[in-house]
Write a protein that binds this ligand. Structure first.
Ligand SMILES: Cc1cc2nc3c(=O)[nH]c(=O)nc-3n(C[C@H](O)[C@H](O)[C@H](O)COP(=O)(O)O)c2cc1C
Ligand code: SF4
Ligand code: SF4
Length: 254
């Protein structure tokens, strides 16, 4: 049995997870859902962890998931999707595996569409299509590598990435104030159901943002009314999600 644990905001990582699960006949688990349950020992013939690179490292929720779980598997893989440069995202997971004495077998980065629209702006259509094609090719190759149980390693020390990630963490309390919700919000609750960090509650028919936002971009990009804005991401403007992933596949709660 192959178990794939993924974290995804706009569906890029979920798309690669689904593709690899299809090729390896694996079982998918959403880390946003798993983190709402008690910690477990995870036993499998292969365990594959998939997540987006965030500020050259991994999302905090992924690190918490790794820290609290015990893995019993002879083959552990970590894969990161990224928009331009994954930095030390895989190195960080490698260090966690080593600290937990978990056998680390295979690491790879998957080029994807950049989804950090509030910072980098929307990607031109041509760039999106090029990156989607690159993602497909890389994902298929990685699935074959894992099928053949290939192994590799990563250089664990990435001081620049660790510094950038620390700045990102420090800026989180500022970022939490960046959300705005326009009058077109109808209180449907999609944003609350989709948030992997359980950071949104609906109060009096409107979303309220708590203080554990991962910056995953899910709420902004999946809101059916385009009602959420964030920093320079204005409500009713651009949205991005992987074109072959649907909103219902992204739900973390009912
Ligand atoms: C908060 C945040 C930080 C990001 N940091 C990086 C980064 O350091 N390097 C990079 O190449 N892409 C970065 N990205 C882009 C994502 O890693 C990339 O678009 C990923 O495929 C998104 O996956 P998802 O659709 O599964 O959420 C960042 C995106 C967000 C939202
Ligand atoms: S998904 Fe959009 S419309 Fe629905 S509650 Fe959230 S902000 Fe409002
Ligand atoms: S509040 Fe929005 S951006 Fe923050 S973690 Fe939840 S879905 Fe992602």
């Amino acid at each position: 049995m192959t178990k794939l644990f993924y974290f995804s905001g706009t569906g890029n990582t979920l798309w690669s997870a689904k593709k690899i699960a299809e090729i390896l006949d694996g079982q998918l688990f959403n880390i946003g859902v798993e983190m709402r349950k008690p910690a477990e020992t995870i036993e499998a013939d292969r365990v594959i962890l998939l997540f987006p690179a965030y500020a050259y490292q991994s999302p905090l929720l992924v690190r918490c998931f790794l820290d609290r779980s015990e893995f019993r598997s002879p083959y552990m893989a970590a894969l990161t999707t990224f928009g331009s440069d994954p930095g030390g995202a895989l190195a960080e997971v490698y260090r966690i595996f080593k600290r937990k004495k978990t056998p680390a077998s295979y690491f790879a980065a998957i080029p994807s569409v950049e989804n950090y629209i509030p910072i980098f702006g929307p990607q031109p259509e041509k760039t999106k299509q090029r990156r989607l094609a690159l993602q497909e090719k890389a994902t298929e190759k990685i699935a074959q590598d894992i099928l053949q149980r290939k192994t590799n390693s990563v250089w664990p020390l990435r001081p620049l990435s660790m510094g950038i990630s620390s700045l990102f963490k420090l800026s989180k309390s500022f970022f939490v104030k960046g959300f705005k919700v326009s009058a077109v919000c109808n209180g449907c609750g999609v944003c609350a159901r989709i948030c992997p960090a359980a950071n949104i509650v609906i109060e009096k028919g409107k979303p309220v943002f708590l203080r554990r936002c991962e910056q995953c971009q899910a709420c902004l990009n999946w809101c059916p009314r385009r009602a959420i804005g964030y920093l320079r991401f204005e409500p009713d403007t651009c949205q991005y999600h992987h074109p072959q992933v649907s909103v219902s596949e992204m739900y973390c709660s009912l």
